[in-house]
Design a protein around this ligand. Structure first.
Ligand code: PEP
Length: 247
């Protein structure tokens, strides 16, 4: 099944008003031929979305509740109100530092999709799990426990396979290991959603840069990338977008 590539940047806790021009450079340079998005700190979403109405701006997390006593949290309606069209859920930095469980991640994904946000749901193994030869079984189980019961339009929902040990380290799995994992996750998505599971995009994330993007994008069932460090500057990010467009 043909799937349109998606390259999404995750700015994490980086960016102030001084970076709005860098966001503009990326938004203007994104072009056609693949989907491109930037998931920004909450404080920048509205300003970036107002300046670049045709460019996809996202959040990095969302709360599962509509509203209430959740100090410091942001609901799906608030993200939409600020101009976001998508959100990341279940990033390993949140699973680890905020203790988010698979059930939490599922709730966040369901709330975001129900509100009309596209979702990028992250899964990935630690280096100890990879070393123990349990990466595929562990990440498959994590996916099964984290994905929503139903997803509506499958093109609104993406998975990001992000090995924890590859995030921000410059290390990436072998091409064979990426292929094995993405094929396994595709199988789980089809088991969960039938034919629609074939239309869900599976992104790879973890130390993607201009020099390795084309090879990663050549792998079956790699439908784009979630990019951290290399998404902060147009000069680093746009060549990755270009590699996706050409793949
Ligand atoms: C991420 O944190 O989602 C990520 C992929 O980071 P990096 O590209 O910096 O490894």
């Amino acid at each position: 099944m043909a799937r349109r590539m998606l390259v999404a940047g995750n700015w994490k806790m980086h960016g102030t008003a001084a970076d709005l021009d860098a966001i503009g450079e990326i938004a203007m340079g994104a072009g056609d031929g693949c989907d491109v998005a930037l998931c920004l700190p909450a404080t920048l979403i509205e300003r970036a979305a107002r300046r670049h109405a045709d460019f996809a701006i996202g959040g990095q997390d969302v709360h599962q509740a509509d509203k209430g006593a959740h100090t410091g949290c942001i609901s799906a309606a608030m993200l939409l109100d600020a101009g976001a069209t998508l959100t990341i859920v279940g990033h390993s930095e949140r699973r680890q530092a905020q203790g988010e469980s698979d059930a939490d991640v599922r709730g966040k994904a369901e709330a975001a999709l129900a509100a009309g946000l596209d979702v990028i749901l992250c899964v990935g193994e630690s280096d100890a799990i990879r070393e123990a030869g349990q990466a595929v079984s562990t990440v498959s189980a994590q996916l099964d426990a984290s994905i929503p019961g139903s997803i509506g339009d499958p093109t609104d929902f993406s998975i990001a396979y992000e090995p924890i040990w590859a995030i921000g380290t410059g290390k990436i799995p072998s091409i064979d290991d990426i292929h094995e994992m993405h094929a396994a996750l595709r199988g789980r998505l089809i088991a969960a959603y039938g034919e629609a599971g074939g239309a869900v995009r599976i992104l790879y994330g973890g130390s993607v840069k201009a020099s390795n993007a084309a090879e990663i994008f050549s792998v079956d069932d790699v439908d784009g990338a979630l990019v951290g460090g290399a998404s902060l500057k147009a000069a680093d990010f746009l060549p990755i977008v270009e590699a996706a467009r050409k793949s």
